[in-house]
Design a protein around this ligand. Structure first.
Ligand SMILES: Cc1cc2nc3c(=O)[nH]c(=O)nc-3n(C[C@H](O)[C@H](O)[C@H](O)COP(=O)(O)O)c2cc1C
Length: 309
């Protein structure tokens, strides 16, 4: 088996990489001596991610995940522009393993009180700014309100919500009620409100939809802001994944709050506070309950070779 075939055989675990709205926008193309990672245009978020920031971060997270899995298999693989995965002279140096990739998951429930310990922050290295959760609590209310009050953004979110376990897509992609830690009642309310969305908005329910996050940051906890480090979005996505896995090694989970940097008003205020345009913002802490494992698409089936060709 070539290294490409070996890594292909592990595509399912590579697909555990995180992506905004769990869109899984990557499309690995397997060739004799390289893997080209394309974007699936049907899996992008043109309205909520018009600059392609989260798309690049997700693709970067996938690249890093593939490199970790390859290294764990003992394969000599590295990343090249494209992005592509190509043969290398040695294993990709990483402290992480396939087990770390399998165990990683976002946690959106409650966290234990207390800021992140200094050792975890030190391990994370530069490029991340720590803020007290409480300091962003009212900003999150503004950002959530903007999200539900901006029709294309709300409709895009609606398209990626998976609130009914009887639907097949519930088990493939998107954000499930369980991953969002919604009760059955909350899930039904959200589904109904978003189904009637333009009307819901006119009725002023955006504020009500946004209310669920009102207290999310009103506790003694930590938020981390990832700053650009002269890297492109794909390199930043690789850095973000390494950061999340580093925190996981300290028993810490993350909960991204991208609306804070999507909403123009809160994004501008946050940029002023941290001195740069942030690439990612996430709550960090020790979850009080085991987070849900999110769905993934199965690896694409190989196209049967036509023996006459
Ligand atoms: C660039 C990026 C942005 C994200 N933004 C958000 C967000 O704003 N809110 C949220 O709850 N999750 C966010 N997530 C987390 C994804 O929804 C999550 O990775 C995906 O649903 C898969 O779940 P898992 O990470 O638990 O495997 C983001 C993830 C990435 C990579």
């Amino acid at each position: 088996m070539t290294w490409v075939e070996q890594l292909r055989a592990h595509e399912a675990v590579c697909r555990r990489a995180p992506s905004a709205h769990n869109t899984q926008p990557w499309r690995p193309g397997y060739h004799a001596d390289q893997i080209v990672i394309d974007v699936d245009p049907a899996r992008t978020l043109p309205d909520s991610d018009p600059t392609g920031r989260d798309l690049g971060l997700g693709i970067g997270a996938f690249v890093e995940t593939c490199l970790i899995v390859a290294a764990d298999l003992g394969l000599h693989v590295t990343a090249a522009p494209g992005p592509r995965l190509v043969a290398a002279t040695h294993r990709y140096p990483t402290p992480f393993t396939t087990a770390d990739v399998e165990a990683r998951r976002v946690a959106r429930g409650r966290y234990a009180a207390g800021p992140v310990d200094a050792a975890a922050l030190a391990d994370l290295g530069p490029g991340f700014v720590h803020l007290a959760a409480r300091n962003l609590a009212s900003e999150l209310v503004v950002a959530d309100r903007w999200q539900f009050d901006t029709p294309p953004v709300a409709v895009e979110l609606r398209d990626w919500l998976r609130l009914d376990p009887r639907r097949p897509r519930y088990h493939l992609d998107g954000l499930t009620d369980r991953a969002l830690v919604l009760s059955r009642f909350e899930a039904r309310f959200l589904a109904a409100a978003l189904r009637a969305y333009p009307l819901t908005r006119r009725l002023g329910l955006a504020a009500l939809l946004a209310a669920s996050g009102r207290n999310l940051l009103r506790y003694d906890g930590s938020v981390l802001v990832m700053l650009p480090a002269g890297d492109d979005h794909i390199a930043a996505g690789r850095r973000l994944l390494r950061g999340w896995l580093t925190l996981a090694r300290h028993g810490l989970a993350v909960h991204p709050l991208s609306q804070l940097i999507d909403c123009p008003v809160t994004a501008a205020r946050l940029a002023e506070r941290v001195g740069a345009q942030p690439l990612a913002v996430f709550r960090v802490g020790r979850p009080l309950a085991e987070p849900t494992r999110s769905a993934r698409l199965p690896p694409r089936r190989r196209v049967a070779q036509n023996p006459r060709r």
